[in-house]
Design a protein around this ligand. Structure first.
Ligand code: PPE
Length: 308
C-alpha cells in the first residue's frame, strides 16, 4: 500500500523533515534484519485525534528489543510523547498509521550486532483499510500458506523482529499470486498460528476461539486482546485453543485482527465458505464495537485512547 508522505519524522530525539529521514546503505539492520518495529493507529474522536493503546505498543516494542538484546536509549514515556508529537506536528487530525522502528545503524559490519548504534524512528501517515474497504465490509478470501511460521527456536515469535517478516512476506506473496487476499500460517507442528500480520478468531457455537499466542507461535496481538475484552463485555465467551485447519473450514464465523487490518471478516478459507461466506452477526457486532471504541464512541474504552 502506498505511503502518503507527511511533513516530519521523529528520528533519535528530534523531528526532522520527512525527506531527510534517511540512513546509510551499510546500516546493520538492512543487511541482517536485527531490529524491531510496531504498528499503531490513531483515530479521529469527538475530542480530537487519539492514539489507540499507545503505551501497550511501546511496551511491546521494548520487549521485542529485549529479546534481541538491543538497548533502546528511550523510555516508554519518551516514545509515547514522541508519537503524539509526530501526530500533532503533521496535523493528522483525521487519524493515521504510526510506524516506530528500532534499527541498528552504520558503524560495524558482521553478524554480531551489539556494537552497532541503535537508531529509533517514528513516522506517521494517513493509511486506509489494509485489506481494502471491500474486504472490511464483505470479507476476505484466505489461503493456508505452504510456508510455516517460525519454529520458536529459529526466530522468537513474540518479537516484531524486522527480519522475521521475510516469513510473512513469502506467505503473503504466495497467497496474493494465487488470487487470495491474505494467508493463514500454520506453526511448525501444523496447528493454526496466525496470518502474515494479523491474529485470527473463529466463532463456534456462539463462542469465540483464538489460537493461544505463545503455543501457536503467534504475536500477542494488542487488537486481539482488545477484542477479547470487547467480546467479554458483549457477553461472549472467549477461549484460547489449539486449532487445526478443519476448525477453520467448519467455523460458523471467522475474522482476523490487527492494528493495520483492524477487524476483518473472513469469507472463505481454501475456497471453503466460512458459514454462508458473508460476515456473520457476531463478527459484525464485534467489528462495529471495535470501530466505536477506537473512535471514542464507547466511554468504557476511553482508557485505551491517548489524546494528541
Ligand atoms: N501478528 C503479526 C505477525 C503481526 O505483524 C501483527 C501486527 C499482528 C499479529 C497483530 O498485532 P496487533 O497489531 O498488536 O493487533 N502487524 C502490524 C504490521 C502490519 C504490516 O503490514 O506492516 C500491524 O498491524 O500494524
Amino acid at each position: 500500500m502506498p505511503i502518503s508522505p507527511t511533513k516530519k519524522i521523529w528520528m533519535d530525539g528530534s523531528l526532522i523533515n520527512w525527506e531527510d529521514a534517511t540512513t546509510h546503505v551499510l546500516s546493520h539492520t538492512l543487511h541482517y534484519g536485527t531490529g524491531a518495529f510496531e504498528g499503531i493507529r490513531a483515530y479521529k474522536t469527538p475530542s480530537g485525534v487519539a492514539v489507540f493503546r499507545l503505551r501497550e505498543h511501546m511496551e511491546r516494542l521494548l520487549r521485542s528489543c529485549k529479546i534481541l538484546m538491543i538497548d533502546v536509549p528511550f523510555s516508554v514515556d519518551q516514545l509515547c510523547e514522541a508519537t503524539t508529537d509526530v501526530v500533532r506536528v503533521n496535523e493528522l487530525d483525521d487519524g493515521c498509521y504510526i510506524r516506530p522502528l528500532v534499527y541498528l545503524g552504520y558503524g560495524e559490519m558482521g553478524i554480531f550486532p551489539l556494537n552497532s548504534p541503535v537508531n529509533v524512528v517514528i513516522a506517521a501517515w494517513p493509511w486506509g483499510a489494509y485489506l481494502g474497504d471491500e474486504g472490511l465490509e464483505n470479507g476476505v478470501r484466505m489461503k493456508i500458506s505452504s510456508w510455516s511460521r517460525h519454529h520458536p527456536n529459529s526466530m522468537p515469535t513474540a518479537s516484531k523482529t524486522v527480519g522475521g517478516y521475510v516469513n510473512s512476506s513469502l506467505a503473503k506473496v504466495e497467497a496474493v499470486k494465487a488470487g487470495y487476499d491474505e494467508a493463514i500460517m500454520l506453526g511448525p507442528d501444523g496447528h493454526i498460528s496466525e496470518c502474515t500480520g494479523e491474529n485470527l478468531f473463529i466463532v463456534r457455537d456462539g463462542k469465540l476461539v483464538s489460537p493461544p499466542p505463545s503455543e501457536a507461535g503467534a504475536l500477542r496481538g494488542i487488537t486481539q486482546s482488545s477484542i477479547v475484552k470487547i467480546a467479554n463485555d458483549l457477553g461472549y465467551e472467549v477461549g484460547f485453543e489449539t486449532m487445526r485447519r478443519d476448525d477453520l473450514y467448519l467455523a460458523d464465523e471467522a475474522f482476523l485482527t490487527g492494528t493495520a487490518a483492524e477487524v476483518v471478516p473472513i469469507g472463505s478459507v481454501d475456497d471453503r465458505l466460512v458459514g454462508d461466506g458473508k460476515p456473520g452477526p457476531i463478527t459484525k457486532e464485534i467489528q462495529t464495537t471495535y470501530f466505536q471504541a477506537v473512535r471514542g464512541a464507547r466511554p468504557q474504552y476511553e482508557s485505551w485512547l491517548t489524546k494528541v
